[in-house]
Structure formats: structure tokens, C-alpha cells
Ligand binder design. Structure first.
Ligand SMILES: *[C@@H]1O[C@H](CO)[C@@H](O)[C@H](O)[C@H]1NC(C)=O
Ligand SMILES: *[C@@H]1O[C@H](CO)[C@@H](O)[C@H](O)[C@H]1NC(C)=O
Ligand SMILES: *[C@@H]1O[C@H](CO)[C@@H](O)[C@H](O)[C@H]1NC(C)=O
Ligand SMILES: *[C@@H]1O[C@H](CO)[C@@H](O)[C@H](O)[C@H]1NC(C)=O
Ligand SMILES: *[C@@H]1O[C@H](CO)[C@@H](O)[C@H](O)[C@H]1NC(C)=O
Ligand SMILES: *[C@@H]1O[C@H](CO)[C@@H](O)[C@H](O)[C@H]1NC(C)=O
Ligand SMILES: *[C@@H]1O[C@H](CO)[C@@H](O)[C@H](O)[C@H]1NC(C)=O
Ligand SMILES: *[C@@H]1O[C@H](CO)[C@@H](O)[C@H](O)[C@H]1NC(C)=O
Length: 858
């Protein structure tokens, strides 16, 4: 990768003599150590131009000894570091070439023998300079000027066709008059200067900003210039040494930077893997130090949180909706996938709408925005108010107290919130939301607001982070009431076959009660008035609260007639939203099985979404199983009964109901226990309906719970009945052992519960897995059978796992023949990843780390 060194090196000069033999010279060669040459001269492939102060050098180089390029590099920096490549996409295969000035002032690379033009600088307008002069400047710019006229007027310059590097003084952006677009394109690889797939390119439309593109599309944007910095680069700051420049006028729109300190060598590149990097040269260590790079974090990824979403790296999850908005797909959102974005709580009515101010923001994508550098903020607001399609506005230039106006129309895309830096953005919301979030909106002041945090409202019972849904239920529904409900349900059963999905959609979309009521009837589900539920739960008092989870709160409710129910009130802003609600209502209303929790009614009024369930005295399985004080209640007989009950419930879902239903989130906390400790599967918010003959589906969004997910689901998003079987297997082993698969590690943290069970099984010590609190008599063969079934269910390969009917058969019969389990998926524990490559735990378990990766993937 060494370029020919300067002509001045005596050692090289010898070789050069050899080369010059090949050059017939109708023109003379450029003089050594020169920074210029004229049209009557040429630069042969062994010569270089050196800028007057020895900063840059131009010449031919070859990264691999077979393809030759004309390029510019730093003269005194080893490496070398190339900043420009002329013929990056048309390498020269024969070193016998020279650089000359062709007709019209074009720079050309000619093959020495045939005088064939191998590369040309491609001037658009025929400048026809009388006496063209080629010069390499200390800025790194290779320029062609008319040697007679003004030397500062270039008819061509390399700065106008950048490679991957932006040097100080180079412009990134547009000369609108010439239609010239200067942008950076990465090298194909660190050894291959050919145009790669990543580029950094300014879009001058609306409020201009710069985008990083790859093959797929936009990956990052700088945010519009706010007068001081790019809105998406809060750390950007001009100093005495380095000054950032943004010009936006009728003729030109560009970004540039100027280095005022002669000792500072700085360059900005788009690297081969698609990152922006700014390097500065450190003479002491003779290395480039990385000064800045982008994209930096998850929130820098373009459109991470979808339309109207705000990304905040300090948030958990990182995506949040602007006030007055809610997640479009709350389930995906809750599971860290915000790409669906947010939708309005309330529609704009275009006459009464107001604005909410968000501070510390990276402004939304602004190519479709409207920019007026003169207009004041108040006029901006008025104008935005009057235009129905205007959705937000902001100050265009925050320096000097703020001036100018940017307005957005339609969706707001790719916003993020910064703890420090960022600026104010006024988002249009319905008048009712302005009232709802009052105190946030009424501040009309200057929007420059650096660094202040986003104003928060107190969420109603918003569960945070924990997915464990405390859908807890108690006591028994009075027989009378139950009968009444069931009769009502049964009467109507079978009268309709038409798609109820549509029906449910209707209910949800319209919050009007009459429609909801009729649909609830269609759903064969009693509808309750919000008033009645509020009364039953003592106005959702804390005393009545049974639990709280990601999707809302669960309350104990006493209806007028004295029936006790569990009331699941879905919170507006997080967790279970319309989609899950529909899903759950749709599914459960149609399911009837002794091992499935029963839905007794629902309430859809205004923003309220409430589900009434039968009350389960012993809450969820995990609250008994993993509790020191209560786990002894679970004798072996009861445990076995619970295992079989869950298996029956699951079999019903998979095979016996009218649909094939994949639960997708089977776990201990989703199994409720009634007064007799009979298990009932609950929480169908994530379930999927399959048609009877569908066997497998895939999803881009992996939902579910760590520790219960099958490898093919966690890794490839493939789910089928076999992924539920996997979760069931985990559950069985948990019930037998009384230990959580997740968060419990054996043998110096190397194995999780699955791995541990597998190890014991292989060593013939299966009974050691049994929970130590189970000390009364138990049937050893039953325990071993359960362990074997559990292990069969968690086998790594889905096709090896049994289906639920087989599981029940195996559980129920002493004589059933059972295959020997193969190795389970995900059996390594916490420390495993560090030495898993050593093959120490060779059980060929799937490495646990994979799950983590998937769950944390953005
Ligand atoms: C080439 O042209 C320049 C400018 O016209 C002139 O000064 C120089 O003497 C010429 N050199 C040769 C070798 O003809
Ligand atoms: C390179 O070009 C020279 C002159 O045109 C020719 O003599 C030589 O054979 C070429 N070399 C190769 C490898 O093509
Ligand atoms: C040269 O310019 C012409 C017309 O502007 C264009 O079609 C062609 O692709 C350019 N060639 C190169 C190598 O840039
Ligand atoms: C590109 O830049 C990023 C960020 O600095 C860095 O992690 C990556 O290794 C770089 N890639 C190459 C090929 O230099
Ligand atoms: C999301 O935003 C709301 C209001 O803007 C705030 O109350 C809540 O804490 C935020 N959530 C996260 C996870 O940042
Ligand atoms: C609103 O603004 C858009 C974009 O500037 C413009 O096309 C549209 O005509 C405006 N509508 C009204 C009613 O002023
Ligand atoms: C922003 O405002 C400052 C102060 O009024 C002014 O000097 C600067 O030129 C403005 N910048 C742009 C890009 O309009
Ligand atoms: C905010 O702006 C509105 C509309 O221009 C105005 O009526 C109101 O008085 C302002 N409020 C404050 C606190 O400045």
C-alpha cells in the first residue's frame, strides 16, 4: 500500500529513471518537488506533486500491487492516509500511465503507449482555458485553473468530487446553480477504494440536513442545522481550533468546517462499515485518534421509534410516544420494538388544536418541512395553527435568542430526546390533550431550551419493565351469577360463524358505547358499565389492587350482587393496548376449558378497556412455587395435578378448540390457581390464532419471556405449537424443582435449570432435581416421568419435541414408551459465554447468549 514517494528521494530516483524509460515524451515531465504542472507537461506514474508546504502529495498508488489509482494523501503522515482517489471505480491495471491536461482543461490519465484516456475529470462546461495550470494546494485540493487569469478561479477541483473524506474547507452539499452535489461515499473495504455502499449526503429540501445512507436506505441523519450545530449532534461545538460552518442561501447549501490551528490535522470520513468518523492526528504517538463518530447509539438509528416516537437512551424502553400519542402496537413497543411508532390519542379537529412543547429534542426529519429564516416564533405558531396539515414547529436558528421558523407537515419522523443539548419542538395535539397535559403546553417562550428534561406526567398505574403480568384473581364467582353468564353465552353460541375479528375491530375503533354494546353481545360477552366497575372496585382504590403489571392493574371487584371478580384495567399509555385487548377478548370469549381462565365480561367506555375475570384464590403459580413460605403447599400430588392441568389446557388450545392457538407466553406467572389449586392458563395478550392446517409462522417481533422461549423462536422468530411445548417443558422442570429457569444457576453459574436437569438426568440422578420441600411420599417413577417429559419438551430441535397429546399420554401412563431426550436448547448459565468456545460444556447446548442478543436487539 505504499505510494511512490516524492521525486525528491534519491533512492527512489534511481528506480524512477528506470521507469522514465517507458515514457516517450512529447511533453516534458513535471519538475521534481513541484506542486504544479502545465498543459505542456505531464506527471508520470512514478512522479508525485507535493503541495507547497509539504502537506499533501498526489500520485499513483496501488493498494494490492495490481490495481493502480491516482490519489492524494498526507505527505508527512505514515500510512499513508488517502484523502482522495480519482479513478476509484476504474482502476488501472498497467502502471505505464501518466496524468496530463487534456482538451478543454480536463485532467486525464493516459496509458503511456496507446495514449488511451483511462480516466478524465469530466468537466461539464467547456472552459477551454488558454493555458491550464494544475496545482496541488496545501488544503489537499487538486485544482485546475487558467494559468493566465485569476489563480483562485478553478475550472475544476478535486474538492468538488469527494471520495470518502471531508477535509477542512471542503463543502459537503449543493451548488444549486450548477446542480452540483458533493457527497462522501465510503471505500468498499479498507483495502479497496472502489465506491462502497455507504454515503453521507446533504438533502437541501425543507430545512436541510445530512443523511447517512447504506444499501437499504437512510441509516442516520444529522438533523437540521440550528444555527450552532446539527440538531442531532448536541456535542458539536465550534472552538477556536475548529469552526463548523453551514451555508444555506439561494445559490448554495453546504456544510463545511475550518481548522484555524495549523497544528491540528482533522478529517471526517465515511468508513467502509458505514460510520462517520472524525479523526485528528496525534504527532506524539503518530496515530490518528478518533475524535467523534456517528451513529453512536440505538437512538441514532434512523426511525428507531417510528412515526411520532421519541427515542431516549435513558428510557426503558428507549422508545416513548410524545404526549398526546400512544404506541400503535403497544405489545411490540413494550417488547422493545418501537418501529411501529405512535398514533394520536385524539384526532386533531383543525380549529381548536394546541401545542405541547418538548425540549431537548433532535428535531424530526425536516426534508419535507417548511423553513422561513425570518419569521418569528409567534407567527410561526399562528401559521402552523391555521394550516391543518401542519403538525409541529420550531425555531430555525437558536443562536442569538432564536429566529426563523421551521414547520412540519404530516408525520414526525426520527425524533430523539437528549439529556443535554437539543432544542424545543412544539407538537400540535388536540385541545383536550393540551388540557390533559396542561402546564406543559402553555409555555410559549423561546424554544431554545437547552438541556431541560422532557416534562413528565404521572402515568396512571403504568407498570415498568416487568413483564410479569399480575393477572391475579381470587375467590369464587358466585354460582348463580356464573350460571347466568354461562347460560347467556351458551345460548348464543353457534349462531354466528362470520369473522369476529371484524366485529371486534369495530368495537375498538369506535368508543361509542352503543356500538360496543351490540358487539359485546355479538361476542357473547356481558358488557359492564364503567360506573358499575368503579363502584365494585371502590373507585380502583389501592386497597383493592391485587397486582400490577406491564399492561395495567388488576383489582378485586365486588359486584352489586356480591360476586367477586378480578378486574383487569388496562392502562392507557403502556403495555396492553388495543391490539392485545382485541386479541384477548376475541380469544378468551370463545374459549371454554376448565384449565383456561374464564373471561366474565368487559367494559369499553371512552378510553377505558377493562376485562373481568373469574377470581382465582391462589393467584399465580409463581407466587406459590417460588415462595419460600408457600411452596410447601405444593405437594407432589398437587404439582403433578398442576402439570397435567396445564398440559390439558394447552392441548385444548393447540388441538381441541375451534382454532389452533399458540399462546406464546406460557410461564409460571401466567398460570393461575383456583381454590383447589387447579391450574388455569391466563393472559392471551400475545396469543396467535392459526388456521387449523397452519403449522408454523414467523414474526419479526419476538415476544415472550426470557427463559421460556424456544431457540427457534428466540433466534428466528419462528413459532409453532412446538414453541409452546418448549415453554411447557421449562414450566414442568420448574414445577418439579421449584426453581426458576431464569436467574438460577448451577455448577458455578455454568448451567441454568435446563442444563442442570439435563446433567442430572444423564448421570442417572434425576430425582435430585425434585424440590427439597417435597418431602412426603411421592412416586419416584412419576417424578422421573415428569422430568423426562420436561426434557423431551425442551429439546433443542423443534421436530424432536412431542406434541401436547403425546405429552398427556406420556404423563398419564406408566407403560407408555418414551424416547430418551436429546440435549436441550439454551442450557448454559450466566458465565457460560466466556468460555463456551473452549468446548468445556460440550453438551452442544445452544449458547444462552443468543437469547440475550435477540431480546436486546433493536
Ligand atoms: C510550459 O508552459 C509554461 C507556461 O506556458 C512555460 O512557462 C514553460 O516554459 C513551458 N515548459 C516547457 C518545457 O515548454
Ligand atoms: C503496459 O503497457 C506497456 C506500454 O503500453 C506495454 O508495453 C506493457 O506490455 C503493458 N503491460 C501489461 C502488463 O499489460
Ligand atoms: C461525465 O459526465 C457525463 C455527462 O455529464 C456523465 O454522463 C458521465 O457519467 C460522467 N462520467 C464520469 C466518469 O463521471
Ligand atoms: C467504522 O467506524 C466505526 C465507529 O467508529 C468503527 O466501530 C468501525 O470499526 C469502523 N469500520 C472500519 C472498517 O474502520
Ligand atoms: C415516556 O414519556 C412520558 C411522558 O412524556 C413519561 O411520563 C414517561 O416516563 C416516559 N417513559 C419512558 C420509559 O421514558
Ligand atoms: C399548508 O401548508 C402546506 C405546505 O406548505 C401547503 O401546501 C398547504 O397549501 C397549506 N394549507 C393551507 C390551508 O394553508
Ligand atoms: C443564526 O442567527 C445568528 C444570530 O442572529 C446569525 O448570526 C446567523 O447567521 C444565523 N444563522 C443562520 C444559519 O441563519
Ligand atoms: C401563549 O400563546 C397564546 C397564543 O398566542 C396566548 O394567547 C397566551 O397568552 C400565551 N401564553 C403565555 C403564557 O405566554
Amino acid at each position: 500500500m505504499t505510494p511512490p514517494s516524492s521525486f525528491r528521494s534519491p533512492a527512489v530516483a534511481v528506480i524512477l529513471c528506470f521507469f522514465s524509460f517507458f515514457f516517450p515524451s512529447p511533453t516534458s515531465s513535471a519538475s521534481s518537488s513541484s506542486d504544479t504542472f502545465y498543459a505542456n507537461q505531464s506527471l508520470s506514474s512514478d512522479q508525485t506533486l507535493v503541495s507547497s508546504n509539504d502537506v499533501f502529495q498526489l500520485g499513483f498508488f496501488s493498494p494490492d500491487g495490481s490495481r493502480y489509482y491516482l490519489g492524494i494523501w498526507y505527505k508527512n503522515i505514515p500510512g499513508p492516509t488517502y484523502v482522495w482517489v480519482a479513478n476509484r471505480d476504474s482502476p488501472i491495471s498497467n502502471f505505464s500511465v501518466s496524468l496530463a491536461v487534456g482538451p478543454g482543461g480536463n485532467l486525464v490519465v493516459l496509458s503511456t503507449g496507446s495514449r488511451e484516456v483511462l480516466w478524465s475529470s469530466n468537466l461539464t462546461s467547456a472552459a477551454n482555458p488558454a493555458n491550464p495550470l494544475v496545482q496541488l494546494l496545501d488544503s489537499g485540493n487538486l485544482v485546475v485553473s487558467d494559468g493566465i487569469g485569476d489563480p483562485s478561479v478553478y475550472i475544476w477541483q478535486s474538492f468538488d468530487s469527494p471520495t470518502d473524506t471531508l477535509l477542512p474547507g471542503m463543502k459537503l452539499g449543493w451548488d444549486l446553480g450548477l446542480g452540483l452535489d458533493r457527497y462522501l461515499t465510503s471505500w468498499n473495504s479498507p483495502q479497496d477504494p472502489a465506491s462502497g455502499s455507504n454515503s453521507f449526503r446533504l438533502d437541501f429540501h425543507g430545512d436541510p440536513e445530512v443523511f447517512l445512507w447504506n444499501k437499504q436506505g437512510k441509516v442516520y441523519r444529522s438533523g437540521p442545522w440550528d444555527g450552532i450545530r446539527f440538531s442531532g449532534v448536541p456535542e458539536m461545538k465550534s472552538t477556536g481550533d475548529i469552526e463548523f460552518v453551514f451555508v444555506n442561501n439561494q445559490k448554495e447549501v453546504y456544510y463545511s468546517y475550518i481548522v484555524n490551528n495549523p497544528n491540528l490535522i482533522s478529517r471526517l470520513i465515511v468508513n467502509a462499515s458505514g460510520n462517520l468518523q472524525r479523526f485528528t492526528w496525534v504527532p506524539d504517538t503518530q496515530t490518528w485518534s478518533l475524535f467523534w463518530y456517528a451513529p453512536k447509539d440505538q437512538c441514532d438509528d434512523y426511525e428507531q421509534c417510528g412515526l411520532f416516537g421519541i427515542c431516549d437512551t435513558n428510557g426503558s424502553p428507549v422508545c416513548n410516544c410524545t404526549l398526546g400519542f400512544k404506541p400503535k402496537n403497544p405489545q411490540a413497543w413494550y417488547l422493545r420494538d418501537g418501529s411501529n411508532g405512535c398514533v394520536r390519542d385524539n384526532k386533531l379537529d383543525c380549529s381548536n388544536d394546541g401545542f405541547l412543547l418538548f425540549t431537548g429534542m433532535k428535531l424530526p426529519e425536516s426534508t419535507g418541512s417548511f423553513l422561513d429564516p425570518e419569521m418569528g416564533l409567534q407567527d410561526c405558531r399562528d401559521k402552523c395553527s391555521r394550516n391543518c396539515s401542519c403538525t409541529a414547529y420550531a425555531t430555525a436558528n437558536i443562536s442569538g435568542g432564536g429566529s426563523g421558523c421551521v414547520m412540519w407537515f404530516g408525520d414526525l419522523v426520527d425524533m430523539r430526546h437528549y439529556t443535554e443539548g437539543g432544542q424545543g419542538l412544539y407538537v400540535k395535539v388536540a385541545a383536550s390533550d393540551v388540557v390533559a397535559y396542561d402546564g406543559v403546553s402553555s409555555r410559549n417562550g423561546s424554544s431554545s431550551g437547552n438541556g431541560s428534561t422532557m416534562i413528565e406526567i404521572v402515568g396512571i398505574c403504568v407498570g415498568s419493565g416487568v413483564l410479569v403480568l399480575a393477572l391475579v384473581a381470587f375467590l369464587l364467582w358466585k354460582r348463580k351469577a356464573l350460571q347466568r353468564l354461562l347460560t347467556r353465552r351458551t345460548d348464543k353460541r353457534g349462531t354466528r360463524e362470520r369473522s369476529q375479528d371484524l366485529l371486534v375491530n369495530e368495537v375498538i375503533v369506535s368508543s361509542k358505547r352503543d356500538i360496543a354494546e351490540s358487539t359485546a353481545d355479538e361476542l357473547e360477552l356481558p358488557l359492564f358499565e364503567f360506573k358499575a366497575i368503579a363502584a365494585a372496585t371502590d373507585n380502583f382504590s389501592d386497597e383493592n389492587k391485587l397486582g400490577q403489571g406491564g399492561f395495567g392493574c388488576v383489582y378485586l371487584g365486588r359486584l352489586e350482587e356480591g360476586e367477586v371478580v378480578a378486574v383487569k384495567r388496562l392502562s392507557r399509555n403502556s403495555g396492553q393496548g388495543m391490539e392485545e385487548f382485541k386479541n384477548e377478548v376475541r380469544l378468551i370469549a370463545r374459549l371454554q376449558h376448565i384449565n383456561l381462565v374464564r373471561l366474565l365480561g368487559c367494559c369499553i367506555e371512552m378510553e377505558e378497556k377493562i376485562l373481568l375475570y373469574e377470581y382465582m384464590e391462589h393467584k399465580s403459580l409463581d407466587s406459590l412455587l417460588f415462595s419460600k413460605s408457600k411452596s410447601s403447599m405444593l405437594t407432589w400430588e398437587r404439582r403433578f395435578n398442576i402439570i397435567c392441568g396445564i398440559a390439558r389446557g394447552l392441548l385444548y388450545l393447540h388441538q381441541d378448540s375451534r382454532f389452533r392457538i399458540i399462546h406464546r407466553d406460557l410461564k409460571a406467572s401466567n398460570v393461575l390457581l383456583d381454590g383447589e389449586l387447579n391450574p388455569k392458563i391466563s393472559d392471551f395478550g400475545m396469543a396467535r390464532i392459526f388456521s387449523r392446517d397452519q403449522l408454523e409462522a414467523s414474526t419479526r417481533r419476538v415476544v415472550g419471556t426470557y427463559g421460556y422461549m424456544s431457540p427457534e423462536y428466540a433466534m428466528d422468530g419462528l413459532f409453532s405449537v412446538k414453541s409452546d411445548v418448549f415453554s411447557f417443558g421449562v414450566l414442568v422442570l420448574e414445577i418439579v424443582s421449584g426453581k426458576k429457569n431464569r436467574g438460577f444457576y448451577y455448577a458455578n453459574n455454568e448451567l441454568n435449570l435446563l442444563g442442570h436437569a439435563w446433567k442430572l438426568w444423564k448421570e442417572g440422578k434425576g430425582l435430585e432435581l425434585l424440590d427439597s420441600v417435597v418431602n412426603e411420599t411421592y412416586s419416584a417413577s412419576e417424578v422421573l416421568r415428569c422430568i423426562q417429559v420436561g426434557l423431551l419438551c425442551v429439546q433443542e430441535h423443534a421436530e424432536d419435541r412431542p406434541i401436547m397429546s403425546t405429552v398427556l399420554l406420556m404423563l398419564g401412563s406408566e407403560s407408555a414408551t418414551m424416547p430418551q431426550p436429546k440435549n436441550p436448547g439454551f442450557c448454559l448459565g450466566r458465565h457460560a459465554e466466556t468460555d463456551s468456545s473452549s468446548g468445556k460444556h460440550d453438551e452442544s447446548c445452544t449458547v444462552n447468549q443468543v437469547t440475550v442478543t435477540v431480546l436486546d436487539a433493536r
